[in-house]
Design a protein around this ligand. Structure first.
Ligand code: WT7
Length: 667
């Protein structure tokens, strides 16, 4: 069915003209808001209010945008930084804000998700239906013994049940811990184990590009013996996988549909303190141990709701919104589930991959559902450029009015193609900078207001105060520096789950307890625009997904053939960064093609496919300082084919020339 996979980015016949236009646009430094862009959200008042009094601004937004069961009287408690509390004497329920209040307002019949399956199946899920299922599942979870504060794991593909699962937890005060469906069951095990999850909600099988993975069987193999995990709830999504019926363990496993059928249909939303934990999301840090980033109820929901509405200029009456991320990442939490539902918008939810059944599936969906706002990642745009403009050109994309980008810096070439080919030159692009830790977007253009410069996330949102500091903590007003946020914001992480010390150490030790250290370097230009450069820690950004060098290294050295490994990032045209592993094998073992695929499979099994090294370079020895520290900087130089930096501090400088010779001949 694929009609080609060449690099004909010019899109065939009309290509010459497009190519010429893209060439011309490369000289344009600044794109002013399109004159025809009709804004739907008031914005200027927010800027003024936040500048005058940030706390009053946030309090006003919290009252305006959220429905409280008990109004708050305190806005921010900053007595014990960096442990900030927002709206903490107020009570609310996230699921009531996402569902009940809309149904009560007569919007129950509105479609929350147009779900589109990989084989073309369509399911329209209304707000009323979502509310009904959420209540039943909430009662079902209670019947399994889940009480407020308990952790519930969620390991599901992109099906509507994933939203129901999250909302059901929120309804009864359980803390969800979603693991991206692309992670391996052993990564799920680790995340369930360290969070003491009581229940895991998963699926029989998951489809990906025409194949079905036996998810429940994988879960059983890896998690069967977790002592704290009392129940596994299984969504029947694909039916038997490869002819095999899903095995259910009596007393532990329960079918999702049976749990719902047996449950009471009514479950009033539990009023929860604004600081009640809503979810944990594990993300990669500088060590092999993932960080359990904890978000709470009121501040998080305010951040997701306000920014979704403002940055995407949402009109819930008319917009059809689509974020192509996976729910397993923070982007999915904030901009597929909580932000859009809290704003009562209609979204598209797509189960599959961008290249199946063909390279035009995204554009087909945009045309079919008349999507107005589309949010995706630079890596996806670069893939589309490779596949060629003729795929989007087959479809009517005129419903689009606004485009978004997230996950990594967007290179100007991808920005211009997105602008021209997908946006028809008329849609503003919002390049949104944020992180799992920030909970919601912090730096982004405002469509119709901010002039954009391709590659820059532009300026902070109202109430957000980013700054650049030099290595020794001096403010940088123009130039490059370390990105920090100088005052708290409602949707910030509250801590790392059960690890306050690591929380303080990671984010608030370098410049004191009131300065949040982002982990990115950035440049500030003369117009006050932020240009994110990238991570300054040992975090690798592969296709907008965060991985730690240490995590991949520890997976590799767990293989019996491996003596030592060092992992670095190499810049990559498609994925932004790619993983390069330098590996020393044990004894007389030889690194051949079979060993390469063994190691890659091994990493896929331990972490997930996205963590597989792009290149494995066999090293007799690794460059180490006299104290034994591996010098990754030198390995990056080798991987990217640069002149070697200073090697005089090495214990054995000859190691580097040997490696460089190897790399020159490696594929
Ligand atoms: C890191 C956060 C936020 C959801 C997706 C990733 C990088 C994110 C941008 C952007 C340049 C970006 C940063 C950040 N990043 N968005 N628009 N421009 N860089 O979330 O896994 O927590 O990763 O992604 O390096 O620190 P995450």
């Amino acid at each position: 069915m694929h009609t080609g996979s060449g690099t004909d980015g010019d899109g065939g016949g009309a290509g010459g003209a497009l190519e010429a236009e893209l060439e011309r646009l490369q000289t344009v430094e600044r794109f002013d808001p399109p004159p025809g862009f009709a804004r739907r959200q008031p914005y200027a008042a927010d800027v003024a209010a936040a500048a005058a009094d940030p706390l009053a601004f946030w309090a006003g937004k919290a009252r305006e945008l959220l429905t409280w069961q008990k109004p708050f009287t305190r806005v921010l408690d900053d007595a014990n930084p960096p442990f900030y509390k927002w709206f903490d004497d107020g009570e609310l329920n996230v699921s009531a804000n996402c569902l009940d209040r809309h149904v009560a307002a007569g919007l129950g019949g509105r479609v929350a998700y147009h779900w589109h399956g990989e084989e073309g199946e369509r399911r329209a899920v209304t707000y009323s239906e979502l509310l009904a299922d959420t209540q039943r599942l909430a009662n079902g979870l209670r019947s399994l013994g889940v009480v407020p504060g308990d952790v519930v794991g969620i390991y599901l593909p992109m099906i509507p049940e994933v939203a129901v699962a999250m909302l059901a937890c929120a309804r009864i005060g359980a803390v969800h811990n979603v693991v991206f469906g692309g992670f391996a069951p052993s990564a799920v095990r680790e995340r369930m184990e360290v969070s003491d999850a009581k229940v895991l909600i998963t699926v029989d099988g998951a489809r990906r590009k025409g194949r079905t993975a036996a998810v429940k069987a994988g879960v059983d193999a890896e998690l069967g013996d977790l002592p704290k995990l009392e129940h596994v709830v299984v969504v029947r999504s694909t039916g038997p996988v490869g002819g095999a019926e899903t095995v259910m363990t009596a007393g532990r496993d329960v079918w999702y549909h049976e749990l719902l059928a047996a449950a009471d249909p009514l479950c009033p939303p539990v009023p929860l303190s604004a600081e009640h934990p809503l979810f944990i999301l594990y993300s990669s840090g500088s060590t092999a141990k993932p960080k359990g980033i904890l978000h709470t109820t009121g501040g998080y929901l305010l951040g997701a709701t306000y920014t979704h509405r403002t940055v995407f200029d949402i009109d819930p009456e008319t917009d059809v919104y689509w974020c192509s991320a996976d729910v397993g990442w923070i982007t999915g939490h904030s901009y597929i589930v909580y932000g859009p539902l809290s704003n009562a918008v209609t979204s598209v939810m797509y189960e599959g991959a961008p290249d199946y059944p063909d390279y035009d599936i995204w554009w087909r969906l945009i045309a079919e559902y008349k999507v107005t706002v589309f949010y995706t990642a630079p890596t996806a745009i670069r893939a589309c450029i490779k596949w060629g403009a003729r795929y989007p050109e087959r479809h009517d994309l005129s419903s689009l009015r606004l485009l978004g980008s997230v996950g990594e810096p967007i290179n100007p070439k991808a920005w211009l193609w997105y602008h021209q080919v997908i946006g028809g030159g008329r849609c503003p692009i919002v390049d949104t900078w944020w992180q799992t830790e920030t909970g919601s977007i912090l730096i982004s253009p405002i469509p119709g207001v901010t002039s954009t410069k391709p590659g820059s996330a532009t300026t902070p949102l109202p109430g957000i105060s980013p700054a650049l500091l030099s290595e020794d903590g001096e403010p940088v007003t123009e130039g490059t520096g370390v990105l920090v946020i100088t005052s708290p914001w409602p949707s910030m992480l509250r801590t790392l789950y059960r690890d306050d010390e690591r929380f303080v150490q990671t984010y608030f030790s370098r410049f004191g307890p009131r300065t949040y250290v982002v982990g990115d370097a950035a440049r500030l230009d003369a117009d006050g625009y932020f240009w994110i450069i990238g991570r300054i820690d040992d975090v690798i950004n592969v296709s907008g997904h965060r991985l730690s060098t240490a995590e991949v290294e520890s997976a590799i050295v767990a293989h019996e053939a491996v003596a030592e490994a060092a992992v670095v990032a190499q810049s990559d045209e498609d994925t932004g960064q790619a993983i390069v592993a330098f590996v020393t094998l044990r004894g007389e073992l030889v690194g051949d093609d079979a060993m390469v695929s063994q190691l890659r499979d091994h990493v896929a099994h331990r972490i997930g496919k996205l963590a597989r090294p792009r290149r494995i370079i066999w090293a007799d020895d690794l460059p180490k300082t006299r104290s034994g520290k591996i010098m990754r900087r030198l390995l990056r130089d080798v991987a990217e084919g640069r002149e070697l930096g200073d090697v005089t501090t090495l214990r054995d400088p000859a190691v580097m020339s040997a490696l460089a010779a190897k790399v020159a001949t490696a594929p």
